[in-house]
Design a protein around this ligand. Sequence first.
Ligand code: PLP
Ligand code: COI
Length: 338
Amino acid sequence: MNDINWGELSFGYMKTDYNVRSYYRNGKWSELEISDSEQVTMHIASTCLHYGQEAFEGLKAFRGKDRKIRIFRMRDNALRLQASSRGVKMAEFPVEMFERAVLEVVKRNERFVPPYESGASLYIRPLLIGTSAQVGVKPGNEYLFMVFATPVGPYFKTGFKPTPYIIIRSFDRAAPQGTGTIKIGGNYAASLAAGEIAHEKGYSAVLYLDAKEKKFIDECGPANFFGIKNNTYITPRSASILPSITNKSLMVLAEELGIRVECRPVPVEELATFEEAGACGTAAVISPVSRIDDIEEKKSYVFSSDGTPGPVCLKLYNKLRAIQYGDEEDKYGWVTVL
Ligand code: PLP
Ligand code: COI
């Protein structure tokens, strides 16, 4: 049995029992293989190591009050991995196999799915890498798909407590016609330097502006952004941000709660008009934003000065969590019960 202190978990890696793998060779994916090894052996000239042929996903499984395990919107993650694969010219992993692989990983690591009361979850990380040996810059013809899982707590240490973000104009995460809309390792590599500066200064993350004009809000390093004003949920539409499945879900839930939804370019100055703001994503869930500092412009936008999340963030957070943990009916068919 485990002696894991579920309530104290942070967002980190913990060894679990099994992972699942499939190999693409001669134009075909192999049947899923179960592995208990944490290691991957590959050729020194693999395309993932040199030219960034890599894409990944992140989704979660939750244990309900009824002890049943629920996986949130895995089909959407399967489809996004396919989009990412097309973006860096990798073989696409079939949706049906992706779903089977995720179910297999969760089942085999069931003892790591945190109990309902802990508020923690099992984070599932599918990834796809190019493994053909080549030195010319061109797409490979061999790939490896893997899924592992690890129990996690909140992405930002404070959990559902507002934290500050920073605007930094001297770094871009992704270009308008680049790879921002897909989930590939390169985007995260490009965000590390600015992310470190933000952390050193005490911020949770960077809030990136559009790379071309620096006029509009893009997203945070690891999550989408939204602002709330006049009972309206406002989130950026941009050619360089990841289409977040959490954001997409929150837009549906907001409408259900009688909150208007706007997905459109959001000028930086509009920050001054928001009553609340948040970062949203699988890892971040909703991480309320206390303040955004625009250091170069010497401006500070404050959304919470008393350390508590705003009422709309709270309503949306509770609604999303209720569906994920099975406290509320899954009327949109987002949840797969194991
Ligand atoms: N934006 C970025 C850059 C991310 O890494 C993530 C995390 O996956 C998100 C947004 C949120 O996406 P999702 O809600 O699908 O997890
Ligand atoms: C996620 O929310 O799943 C992410 O991938 C964000 C971050 C951990 C990269």
